[in-house]
Design a binder for this molecule. Structure first.
Ligand code: FES
Length: 149
């Protein structure tokens, strides 16, 4: 096989949590400053601040699909605070690694999730430690690799 391990391929070929949520509590849309691809994340949050559902739609590549599939599975069932502690590096680790040029695709998923939580927090007048200084529109590309696409 090539660049991608079996876990990445499985999450790319059979992604979980693709689609849209009816009446989401938070929506995040993010465009990668590296490749220009777009990601939408929607979340449903219950009265105990637990994320009960998360779905994504993307124009991103296979790595973005695999990262989003993994990231959504990792945050569903967690509280918002716990979900905010999950980084794109955690997602990449859980996938068993991505090629360096594809790390920015996992940032797309991570940033869109944080944007959805930010939207939820704004709408519900909540503040979270993990969102301090977060700007949903920032071109925050410190962790991006360079993509040849
Ligand atoms: Fe754009 Fe992967 S998301 S190249």
């Amino acid at each position: 096989m090539g660049l991608y391990n079996d876990t990445v391929m499985e999450n790319f070929l059979n992604p979980k949590n693709v689609g849209e949520i009816e009446n989401p509590d938070g929506v995040g849309i993010y465009g990668s400053p590296v490749c220009g691809d777009m990601m939408q994340m929607q979340i449903k949050v219950d009265e105990n601040d637990v994320i009960t559902d998360c779905k994504f739609k993307t124009f991103g590549c296979g790595s973005a699909i695999a990262s989003s599939s993994m990231a959504t599975q990792m945050i569903i069932g967690k509280t918002v605070e716990e979900a905010l502690k999950i980084t794109n590096k955690d997602v990449v680790d859980e996938l068993g690694g991505l090629p360096a040029v594809k790390i920015h695709c996992s940032v797309l998923a991570d940033h869109a999730i944080k944007s959805a939580i930010y939207d939820y927090a704004q709408k519900h007048g909540k503040t979270y430690k993990g969102l301090e200084g977060f700007d949903p529109n920032a071109d925050d590309d410190d962790e991006h690799g360079t993509c040849g696409l």
